[in-house]
Design a protein around this ligand. Sequence first.
Ligand SMILES: NC(=O)c1ccc[n+]([C@@H]2O[C@H](COP(=O)([O-])OP(=O)(O)OC[C@H]3O[C@@H](n4cnc5c(N)ncnc54)[C@H](OP(=O)(O)O)[C@@H]3O)[C@@H](O)[C@H]2O)c1
Length: 254
Amino acid sequence: MAQATTAPGPGARGGAEDLRGRTVVLIGGGSGIGLRVARRVVDAGARVVLGGRTAARLESAAAELGEAATWRTVDTRDTDSLAAFFDGVERVDHLFTSAASYRVGPMRELSDEDAASPFDSKFWGQYHAVRAAAPKLARDGSVVLMSGAASARPAGPAPAYVACNAAIEGLGRGLAVELAPVRVNAVAPGTVDGHLWANRPAADRDAAFAQYRRDALLGRPAAEDEIAQAVVFLFTNGFTTGSTLYTDGGYTLR
Ligand SMILES: NC(=O)c1ccc[n+]([C@@H]2O[C@H](COP(=O)([O-])OP(=O)(O)OC[C@H]3O[C@@H](n4cnc5c(N)ncnc54)[C@H](OP(=O)(O)O)[C@@H]3O)[C@@H](O)[C@H]2O)c1
């Protein structure tokens, strides 16, 4: 009887799990979750290219990471800026774009411009980043999209933001089909106690964290590094594609 074999996946060159010598592009990697991902992949032997709009932020993040890190400014809302960014990057083994800035609120209160801002920045920003990176993406590489658990459980009235995250998860499935064998996945964090919330008004932050302590099964917001660990898992698991990983402490179950 013929023996069943499992052909090695495209990650067989040293295994998708092996980040040594890989180039990981982290747009938004100058702070927060992206910077935590940078620390993890550099510790695993990868090179990182950090992107963001503020040179000083990127310079200090790269200095903290050491010689495996380089940086280039980029604005993900500008396709010319993305093209120039990727012109300067030789190869892309993994891409994660946590870069986004937007306004969130109720339909009846937001201007159309503010309501569109999550789509303009977070959805189209990531779409255009992947499109610009695509010619340089390694066949055994991957893309991780940034979503948010609000896609499945809105924390409050913010319908355009909720829809944007749901669209990003759909984008991940669509790109997984188009770009295979490159793997494409999304990570959907709940509320994270980190850089983003540290820069919001204290009253908003306290209310969001209190709500999360009440509503998440694990009774607390995430640490940035817990989300970073999930991103690295999606980079390195050679058989996961088209998935959304909810790193939300069980928030979407209550
Ligand atoms: N933190 C949370 O609780 C949470 C929960 C769910 C989802 N998320 C998602 O996580 C992402 C934010 O990541 P984070 O929490 O790590 O926050 P963060 O520290 O504020 O990171 C965002 C990074 O992106 C850069 N950036 C913003 N807009 C950009 C643009 N147009 N082009 C290039 N770079 C840009 C920022 O730097 P510059 O301003 O210098 O460009 C910053 O370094 C958002 O997509 C958010 O929806 C966060």
